[in-house]
Write a protein that binds this ligand. Sequence first.
Ligand code: CTP
Ligand code: MG
Length: 231
Amino acid sequence: MRAAALLLAAGRGERMGSEEPKEPKAFLRLAGKTLLERAVETIEACPDVECFVVAAPPGHETAVGAVARTPKLVAVATGGETRQASVRLALAALPPGYDVVVCHDVARPLAGPKLFSEVLAPLRDGKGGEGVVPVVSVVDSVKRIRGDLMESVSRDGLYLAQTPQAFRTVTLTAAHARAEAEGTIASDDADLLEKTGYRPAEPVRGDPLNIKITRSEDLRLAEALLGLVDG
Ligand code: CTP
Ligand code: MG
């Protein structure tokens, strides 16, 4: 089984909240290294991933190429307006011959090579259906607030999905083509498979330390967690 990664780095990082003009989130530094550099190093360190494509923020392709130019880089794709479009464009830039693709948000710099191997393993063993998604259980009480009305939601059976998420390339490509044709919008690639009528991805245990950098305080949290992550 041949696996390639799609590194999603084309977001603007609007929720980081700093002043305009600012750099895309992928170029923010966490303990001296950019989020993009960290994702590239993880791929280079993972023996189960042969190569990668990066989706770059429009206008930043050269800067992304300079950071990502390592032995496993095969293409820098210009990202789209949404994450979903960036995945589709990165997939289109991937050379043929890879059975499986692993979609990964560079916004999760603490995902180590081991987690990549763990999402790939079921697909290699002929298990894992069309895709594999790392999840962690919801530990807090959950509330839904509409207007000024708050209602409690049972967290029974609720999980949070992370990346890296692995998929059979033919299935993910077909699901993105169908979504594009039908105007389907999904929150991640697992959701896309469900919404376009493909067999849902299967869960594996995620890593609670694999946080997503969304707001500025997440960078400080990740810096503190870095010492606990063994890769
Ligand atoms: N992403 C992407 N292309 C987009 C939007 C997002 O490749 N058009 C990537 C981001 O670079 C990130 C991942 O998808 O690695 C998850 O997105 P998110 O955390 O929402 O990042 P941003 O979209 O950059 O942040 P924000 O939504 O706050 O603007
Ligand atoms: Mg976003």
